[in-house]
Design a protein around this ligand. Sequence first.
Ligand code: MN
Length: 491
Amino acid sequence: MASLEDLTKILKEKGFKKNEIDTIKRAHFFTDTAHKNQVRKSGEPYITHPTQTAINLVNMNLDTPTITAGLLHDVPEDTTYTLVDIEKEFGSEVAKLVTGVTNLGKIKYRGIERFAENLRKMFISMAQDVRVILIKMADRLHNMQTLYYLPKEKQKRISMEVLEIYAPIAHRLGMGQIKGQLEDLAFPYAYPEEFKKFQSQVISNYKDRVKYINELIEKVRDELLKEKIKIYTIHGRTKHLYSLYRKLMRPQYNNDISRIYDLVAVRIVVPTVEDCYKVLGIIHQMWKPLPGRIKDYIAQPKPNSYQSLHSTIFGPKKTMVEFQIRTQEMHQQAEFGIAAHWRYKQMGKGYMSRLKGYHHKGYKTPKKLDWINELASWQSEIGDNEEFLKELKIDVFQDRLLVFTPNGDVIDLPEHATPIDFAYYIHSDIGNHCVGAKINEKIEKLDTPLRSGDVVEILTDRSRKGPSRDWLSIAKTSSAKSKIRNYFSKG
Ligand code: MN
């Protein structure tokens, strides 16, 4: 159960300054007051949730405004305090972040898998500041850790949402640690049967592998010391359960766990890029590499900026072992992705050089997150050119609205579109018989401008004769207007 003391302790460990810690403490007090007397489903005081969310954000190396907003993230939704109060107390940067989180919270997974991609896109395009998504990740991480206390139905929905939406976004942003944690928390709830079977199959394999790998590590450590290579860490990294499950499901593995060489991999972190290649050479002298399995993600990073050298070797007892070799900053990048450099950047060079080995020649700290480039490289993974342009258009031109039908279908409308446009988009018959609209389950006027993320339900009445003429000024899309005119011209 996370407390203010835990939060303060880790802030100090991470080198936050006194004024930063004071702001965060103030936000903690504010949130504690706002959520007073509220409890979580687990029975714990509500404040434990924002506190753990904030701790997750500190662990992700985020900055003071993000951590502050993390503490406040549920205040506008669940308490009598408003965004205006937050802005007054903590300024506009924090208020904007909290607004973003509140809006993203309105996107709900509605169980239709083919819409997952749309949801992902909407998620991204709605968050104008990527830190909003990071807060959402930290929030979701704690919710998953306490999911046990929710009703079964909700457990399933939330877990599917994690596997379909949150984890892929975390992966895209290069946040390997969060992705792995989220998936492994969601797996047993999303696929309980498969999980049970899988777990018992895997655990015995894991134990044997870990023992084997630990013996191997000692041999490598001795050899590297002989060659005078400084090692930051060398350890066995066990593959996350869910990603192993997914891999085994692929046809080429045919559910045969002995074909998965990175079940437990050896991870070596060394000071410089040069060291990485040296270590690879030394390992290849100790054991023969498996042809076609040497991957240089340093020279050619993965699209999500992941860097490392990978090689699978024929180890002792004819067992294949994967090695992953990287520098400290590549490791940071692999674990925290987009969040990895946020605070270090902010704290300036002095702090950077105090982090031993944080710098090496030829490594560029990302200057500024270029969101469009990030998206573009994501889209390029799709591969299909026409598709790429279509998607890019949606993401870049934010004057598009993405709204839902009650079934979870995503409808793409131009900015300022109204329920009338929505109704005619579905079908002219729905438009002609429209008598009202529910937006996010509340009855609203037909000229209410829709916003991305709204769930829109059109109320119809068969006895209604047809559209009314003033709908022509309410409709914003030419197709709705022409359908309305069409009705009148037919008389
Ligand atoms: Mn929350």
